[in-house]
Ligand binder design. Structure first.
Ligand SMILES: Cc1ncc(COP(=O)(O)O)c(C=O)c1O
Length: 372
């Protein structure tokens, strides 16, 4: 079915920069630059500067980025890492594959880690906290860094959804010992395949990430330790470096759309909207997603789909602890807000190429469902 308002519009996005993209790729391939070359180093330098971190290493995807960041920070077998259940399974999987155990805490009103629930989850085995800056909004990093310092815990940020977002003017990825980003195609800064990055200002962590992503191979043809193959392809680096120049405009557009939704949906009592750009205080949100809470969520989703609007549910409708095969179901009792919220959540279309008329069409359809 062709949607009037698709959830994401890849052809429209590609159409905007098609020729420049093809020219850059042509130059790169004509020069024979395919792996671990100048294009990757350029992107890494530019992205580190963008985040405000000393180092950046491109990796195969965001999930690998999280795992390598944990391993590079010294987290592994027997350790516990505190995170949330309202996240992609990738967050918990990265902790699991690092050899550690994910410990899930509940979320607060803005759908991010509830800082009032973190300390009670700390045990003698807790080694790190992995805040998830979901939907383009940072967790309360003042409180989180305070808790981490008090209990001598490391912070590894899941910044997969928070490219360019900040808290108190510090960008996502620049708070913890390391942070990982995803450049999956649907992300704010997305390529045309899988890619990710780890940023850090710790030189030792940086060096371990650099080795971990490339079999542990050193310049002297030695192998430093058991490692992985998770290199970012030059192809993706060249695309991401090109897109980085337009990122500030794209972030502005996302915030503009969020403000439009806010104004057009204000007063619909059956909805809870995310914090609006105009009222965000120390946060600077970039709206990777526009996630709303809605009464009769399933009825609203049917209504919007029938109106030609493509709607997604976060993670297909389940929080991480609700995937029975992962063995994390015992956390349910500790996650009342997550449990309460999940049947109410949906994502409205949110991407730079959305036209004002499409935003208005979505908002009108939502209002129409509630008769307001
Ligand atoms: C919150 C979060 N963490 C981790 C990831 C994993 O990133 P990737 O798909 O690049 O492995 C994603 C990607 O969707 C995500 O949204």
């Amino acid at each position: 079915m062709a949607y009037k308002v698709p959830f994401i519009d890849y052809p429209a996005h590609y159409g905007q920069h098609r020729q420049e993209l093809l020219d850059r790729i042509d130059r790169m391939l004509s020069a024979g630059d395919v792996m671990l070359r100048g294009q990757l180093r350029d992107f890494e330098a530019h992205y580190a500067a963008f985040v405000g971190a000393a180092h950046c290493y491109g990796v195969g995807n965001g999930t690998d980025g999280l795992q390598l960041a944990l391993l590079a920070a010294g987290i592994g077998t027997g350790d516990e890492v505190i995170t949330v259940s309202h996240t992609m399974v990738a967050t918990a999987a990265a902790i699991h594959h690092a050899g550690a155990t994910p410990v899930l805490v509940d979320i607060a009103g803005d759908h991010l880690m509830d800082m009032d629930r973190v300390e009670e989850a700390i045990t003698p085995r807790t080694k790190a906290i992995m805040p998830v800056h979901l939907n383009g909004r940072l967790c309360d990093m003042d409180r989180l860094m305070g808790i981490a310092e008090k209990h001598r815990l490391l912070v590894v940020e899941d910044a997969a959804q928070a490219v360019g977002a900040s808290f108190n003017a510090t960008k996502a990825g620049a708070f913890g010992i390391a942070g990982a980003f995803s450049f999956y195609p649907a992300k704010i800064l997305g390529t045309y395949g899988d890619a990710g990055a780890v940023v850090t200002s710790d030189p030792e962590v940086a060096e371990r990430v650099r080795l971990l992503r490339n079999h542990g191979r050193t310049e002297t043809n030695d192998v430093a330790f058991w490692s992985f193959n998770s290199r970012m392809d030059n192809l993706h680096a060249v695309i991401l470096d090109m897109k980085l120049q337009w990122l500030p405009d794209w972030l502005l557009r996302r915030r503009e759309i969020a403000q439009q939704y806010q104004e057009m949906l204000a007063g619909v009592s059956e909805l809870v909207l995310p914090p609006a750009p105009a009222e965000e205080g120390v946060h600077h949100d970039v709206f990777q997603n526009y996630e709303v809470e809605a009464e009769d969520r399933d009825g609203l989703v049917d209504h919007l789909r029938n109106a030609g609007i493509e709607i997604m549910l976060p993670w297909g409708g389940k929080a991480v602890h609700q995937f029975a095969n992962l063995g994390l179901g015992h956390f349910a009792d500790r996650l009342p807000a997550t449990e309460r919220l999940f049947p109410r959540l949906l994502l409205l279309p949110m991407y730079c190429e959305l036209a004002d008329g499409q935003v208005e069409y979505v908002a009108k359809a939502v209002r129409g469902f509630y008769g307001s």
